[in-house]
Design a protein around this ligand. Sequence first.
Ligand SMILES: NC(=O)c1ccc[n+]([C@@H]2O[C@H](COP(=O)([O-])OP(=O)(O)OC[C@H]3O[C@@H](n4cnc5c(N)ncnc54)[C@H](OP(=O)(O)O)[C@@H]3O)[C@@H](O)[C@H]2O)c1
Length: 339
Amino acid sequence: MLKKKDKYVVAVVGATGAVGNEMISVLEKRNFPVENLRLFASERSAGKTLDFNGKPVTVETLTDKVFDGIDIALFSAGGDRSKEFGPAAAKAGCVVVDNSSAWRMDPEVPLVVPEVNPDDLDWHKGIIANPNCSTIQMVVALKPVHDAAKIKRVVVTTFQSVSGTGKNAMDELLNQTTDVLNFKNPNPSVYPHQIAFNCLPHIDVFMDDGYTKEEIKMVKETTKIMGDDSIKVTATTVRVPVFRGHSESINIETEKKLTANDARAAFSAAPGVIVYDAPEKNIYPLQTVCADKDEVYVGRVREDDTIENGLNIWIAADNLRKGAALNAVQIAEELIKRA
Ligand SMILES: NC(=O)c1ccc[n+]([C@@H]2O[C@H](COP(=O)([O-])OP(=O)(O)OC[C@H]3O[C@@H](n4cnc5c(N)ncnc54)[C@H](OP(=O)(O)O)[C@@H]3O)[C@@H](O)[C@H]2O)c1
């Protein structure tokens, strides 16, 4: 459990990665009460420095001995590191907020989006899981609809940027784009196919039933976070040649009728949501609009008249910010409030 203090010793594990870098910047921007920031990554990065509040902080090699004296550790170094080092960190008295999928579906570990289920933080045992990026932005938008009209079923298709795969994938998109524009054959390495000028209906590995693990994560994580097993979710997840920000097309079936105007009113009142919906002025959520922003943008709100009570919406959010780093830091802030 986190003890109340004026300032905390905070660790970012995976500090040199796409999410880790964003965590450092979010801690700085939100003026998080940091007494001392410790940065960890692999041996490859040991000795490098990263700036925090204008001062260089040296990156250290992650081992299971480093956690003594650390109050909060934000993990984003991949599931294997979370499995290996998360329990050691918790045992040393540190509260772990983990970005990987290692602990998300563990019944002993709360899976939290502060706008949706902050009270689940009350039963953590040292590790708290941060959901998948595409799930986080979806549940922030679904919550006000569920509260107003009870969701029965969700059909979602995602359009996910390459930063969701990390820094190597961002380099791959940049290099392939340059190659194609220079009439060279692009060389896929992070993804199984060319990602420049292409869309891949394939995120994470395929399961026996033909769905990808990313699609299954969206299904299972949504019911866990919303605390309602009756919500049916089906997903198709697509990687698109965009650097930052995920968009999603979401069809929602509800028990009660919500008009498009009712839905817009519910979204407007919801924390963490910006209604961005004036199609007559070409205003709708875009990856270029949500990049570097904290909120989930919701637009193209329409009634689906092929079913009794249906809505179609289009949402966009920054996967590195709300989809990862910001959500983790908000969890830490919520823990401080409850300490
Ligand atoms: N990108 C997203 O939108 C997103 C969203 C939600 C969750 N996540 C999750 O967050 C985690 C990191 O993702 P990312 O996109 O930031 O990946 P990334 O850019 O590839 O960064 C990976 C980080 O992990 C570190 N690392 C790798 N092997 C390590 C080891 N043996 N010991 C210590 N550190 C090690 C790397 O350090 P070096 O630089 O030293 O190699 C780097 O700091 C993943 O679990 C991912 O699933 C990502």
